[in-house]
Design a binder for this molecule. Structure first.
Ligand code: FRU
Length: 525
């Protein structure tokens, strides 16, 4: 059976698939989040956006703002593509001390500086540009001296800039994509950059190109005296399940050089040690929010995969971002690992009174109770706790259950893995009919599964965030229900199903981006 072209998919289906508490633009194409930053009471989400259609092209920085990290208001394009410069991925810094000299003398608000890769569609050259906002991130004027960093390469992109306080310098990471390297630069004034080190190739190497580097420091299990740095690199083509994915390295950074903790491994063993931030197919190019008031490390990724992003059956939008997750490091029996928990703002969304609650009883009783409850909502958070001892068969929740079909999110004791199984009768895109597994890292007595469902998006954060799986699912919008599956009788410690209160509605945005005079106005110093 083939999927009808997306314009024949009814609007009601599209509406059922559209995430309601995750961000998607009202219309058009979106990929990576860009320049995530907090400033003056607002979180800014910029993103790779095509203002002219629902396929990749005319790449500009789309824009949305939020005061609570959950309800986003779409705003006009912040950095539009011009004839000779598409605005590829990058980051934003708030220049509090005016070290770049871009804020006019006596200005009472600091400049926000966006760093992005300017891609010239004619020459294909990728070089690093900056643009300046003096209006709380609404519009950016390109720097008159652009590009600020150009090595004449066609594969040099995605600048991540941040202030490194111990060395009192700005640091920039840029990927040299085909060489699988991150190049590190430093600067005193955001304009003149000196190359200081190189990292890579490392980790998963096959056929990959490197994209969207990210770097931050995290405490291990909340211990401020034990911190490590995490270097994140999104890789495309040869990730965990093929296509794109996110790998990370834990190590040290002294303001100049990142050195990974290899635990004594070298050569092929390094590939064995590749750490993946997410084990589903649909989490890519995540970056953190800069300048957060409480110093939390919060990130968000694009929920899609380059292998099929352009074929996804949604309309009039194509692309969605993950929820905001708070990061930390935790010691597991296998070593240090990234822990991702939903941001507190997300947890505040769930209705306290559960739609369904059961506990300390058998799986068959819970399954029967859940079937009777007939939960058909598409915005849900489900938390399941099961004692690990005595588990002999897979157990978990069935989502979007209709007839014989469902998507399963569960735990498989034989493989000691969490999984999302999105195999289906009607594949909506190549790659949908798969199961994705993630090894359990925790040795805790209780297996804990937290599943966030939103229209066509499933995010699993298991065992208190030590395992994360993100997958897109385009299930039958008509009939659906929530169930519990269990291959053998088991004890359920607790199952709670919560409605996730919807705050989002796609904002009204102008059809055409507002002309903010990007080409005419230039920023000087
Ligand atoms: C990652 C990426 C970046 C690039 C952007 C182009 O998904 O390929 O490397 O800057 O998307 O839209």
């Amino acid at each position: 059976m083939t999927t009808p072209p997306e314009h024949l998919i009814p609007a009601a289906t599209q509406d059922a698939w559209r995430p309601k508490y995750h961000y998607s633009p009202a219309r058009n194409w979106m990929n990576d989040p860009n320049g995530l930053v907090y400033f003056d009471g607002e979180y800014h989400l910029y993103y790779q956006y095509n203002p002219k259609g629902d396929d990749w092209g005319h790449i500009s920085w789309g824009h949305a703002v939020s005061t609570d990290l959950v309800s986003w208001q779409e705003l006009p394009v912040a950095i539009p593509a011009t004839e000779r410069v598409m605005a590829f991925s990058g980051s934003v810094v708030v220049d509090h001390e005016n070290r770049g000299g871009f804020a006019p003398a006596g200005a009472d608000t600091p400049a926000m500086i966006a760093f992005f890769t300017g891609f010239d569609p004619e020459t294909k050259i990728q070089a690093q540009h900056l643009a300046v906002s003096l209006d709380r991130g609404r519009s950016y004027a390109p720097y008159a001296g652009n590009p600020v960093l150009d090595i004449g390469s066609t594969e040099f992109r995605d600048p991540k800039v941040f202030w490194h306080s111990p060395t009192q310098r700005w640091v920039m990471l840029v990927v040299v994509a085909l060489q699988q390297q991150v190049w590190f630069y430093t600067s005193d004034n955001l304009v003149d950059w000196t190359r200081v080190s190189t990292f890579g190739p490392a980790g998963s190497a096959d056929k990959n190109i490197w994209e969207v580097p990210e770097l931050f420091e995290l405490a291990v299990d909340g211990d401020a005296s034990h911190k490590r740095w995490v270097l994140v690199v999104s890789v495309n083509h040869g990730s965990l399940w093929g296509g794109s994915g996110v790998q990370y390295f834990i190590g040290d950074f002294d303001g100049t050089r990142f050195v990974a903790d290899w635990n004594g491994c070298e050569g092929p063993d390094i590939a064995q040690l590749t750490l993946w931030a997410d084990h589903g197919r649909d989490f890519y190019a995540p970056i953190m929010f800069a300048n957060t008031p409480d110093r939390r490390v919060l990130w968000m990724g694009w929920c899609s995969n380059w292998e099929y992003a352009r074929q996804l059956p949604t309309s009039p939008w194509r692309g969605q971002q993950s929820a905001v997750r708070e990061l930390s490091l935790t010691a597991t029996p296998k070593g240090l690992r990234l822990r991702q928990r939903m941001a507190a703002e997300m947890l505040a969304l769930i209705d306290e009174a559960p739609l369904f609650s059961a506990g300390a009883t058998t799986a068959s009783q819970v399954a029967a109770g859940l079937a009777q409850a007939r939960i058909t909502d598409r915005q849900l958070m489900v938390r399941l706790r099961v004692p690990r001892a005595g588990l002999v068969a897979p157990i978990g929740v069935e989502l979007f259950k209709s007839g014989q079909e469902s998507v399963q999110a569960g735990f498989d004791p034989a493989r000691n893995s969490f999984f999302i199984d999105r195999r289906c009768q009607v594949p909506r895109f190549k790659g949908q009919c798969e199961r994705h597994d993630a090894q359990r890292l925790s040795g805790a007595d209780e297996v804990e599964l937290e599943v966030w469902v939103d229209g066509s998006l499933v995010e699993v954060l298991a065992d208190d965030g030590t395992v994360s799986l993100t997958d897109l699912v385009y299930a039958d919008p008509q009939v659906l229900a929530l169930g519990l599956f269990h291959g053998a009788e088991a004890t359920i410690q607790s199952l709670r199903v919560h409605d996730v209160r919807i705050k989002l509605s796609p904002a009204d945005v102008p059809d055409e981006p507002i002309d903010i005079g990007f080409e005419r106005r230039e920023a000087g110093r």
